[in-house]
Ligand binder design. Structure first.
Ligand code: UDP
Ligand code: MG
Length: 321
């Protein structure tokens, strides 16, 4: 019988946890005839009693593996940890707030059995989310699709199934600032998708404020596109052409016509301001890339584990094919 892992990151999800637990119970009951199920719960440094609930769940159900991280590392890293500890022949990642309905896993498994290595959950509707989130997410995925070298289906988040070989490939990508949904597009293999409606959170509230979302979006763009680096170059070119023209004009006027453009204060100021801003923008963009190189050179571990629910909860061995 194949083993299927469910990898679930949790950060302060104590309110949603009882609901998650019962929905996972339902799913496991449906899967039990065909698969052995393993539930990998990663507590991403929660400050509420999420870890206690994970412990209790693991105590009553041998299929549950719990990992507690040493602090809050963020959703992508917590999910990565779940991926590293999962031992199944296929791994399904889902959010702990039930915005990724566990039942959709059944449809993903059908695609997997048909031979797909990657099955992305694509959000058909986002009934439970604010207009702002819907509009910005819609725009962002399209912008990234246009700018970047990503091949992931549009509007797919981190609700997906990965076969063992796809997961091993993903885990070989050692970059920091993980943007998993883009990385999954990069690995290739046979990809399928399953559409689903994204409901509102079961309980609790989102851990992604505006700032976190902007930083995450920056990660997506900077990790997958060199366009911003080129953009600053193009902008500088575009601004340089008219100003060089103006310089030439001033030079010719002064040298050949003895007409010094002295009252040129405003144009001078304009030039200084425009070039000053372009310089700063270009530097900022460069800084984003250099900062990421800095993070990568440091070679720190992605996360540290503080607790596990039982001593046999260890990272899965990996094939290197
Ligand atoms: N999460 C996490 N670490 C974080 C933030 C979030 O593990 O630093 C988990 C969270 O518990 C949930 C999932 O990631 O299971 C998605 O987070 P959330 O629902 O807050 O994001 P949203 O759905 O609003 O984008
Ligand atoms: Mg959510």
């Amino acid at each position: 019988m194949k083993t299927i892992s469910l990898a679930i990151p949790l950060y302060n999800e104590s309110e949603a946890f009882p609901l998650l637990r019962s929905r996972l119970g339902d799913l496991c009951a449906q899967l039990a005839r065909t698969y052995q199920v393993e539930i990998v719960l990663v507590d991403d440094g929660s400050r509420d009693d999420t870890w206690a609930q994970v412990m209790a769940f693991a105590g009553s159900d041998p299929r549950v593996k719990g990992i507690g991280l040493s602090r809050n590392f963020g959703h992508q890293v917590a999910l990565l940890c779940g991926y590293e500890f999962a031992t199944g022949e296929a791994v399904i990642s889902l959010d702990g707030d039930l915005q990724d309905p566990p039942e959709v896993a059944l449809a993903m498994l059908e695609r997997f059995e048909e031979g797909a290595d990657v099955v992305c959950g694509v959000r058909r509707g986002r009934s439970g989310e604010s207009i702002m989130k819907r509009v910005t997410a819609h725009g962002f995925y399209r912008l990234l699709g246009w700018l970047g070298d990503t091949r992931a289906p549009l509007d797919s988040g981190d609700f997906r199934l990965l076969s063992r070989r796809a997961l091993d490939a993903l885990l070989r990508m050692r970059e920091k600032h993980k943007y998993l949904r883009g990385m999954v597009g990069w690995i290739g293999y046979r990809t399928a998708q399953v559409d689903y409606d994204r409901p509102a959170r079961a309980a609790g509230h989102t851990k992604f404020g505006w700032l976190k979302m902007i930083l995450f979006a920056t990660d997506g763009i900077v990790s997958f596109s060199r366009f911003p680096l080129r953009l600053s170059f193009l902008l500088c070119l575009a601004a340089m052409v008219p100003f060089l023209g103006y310089l030439l004009y001033a030079f010719i006027a002064a040298v050949f016509f003895h007409h010094e453009l002295v009252p040129g204060w405003s144009s001078l100021l304009l030039g200084v301001v425009i070039f000053g801003s372009l310089n700063l923008i270009a530097l900022g963009i460069l800084g984003e890339y250099v900062g990421r190189m800095f993070e990568n050179v440091k070679q720190r571990p992605d996360y540290l584990v503080m607790n596990v629910t039982s001593p046999d909860v260890v990272p899965a061995p990996r094939s290197r094919s």
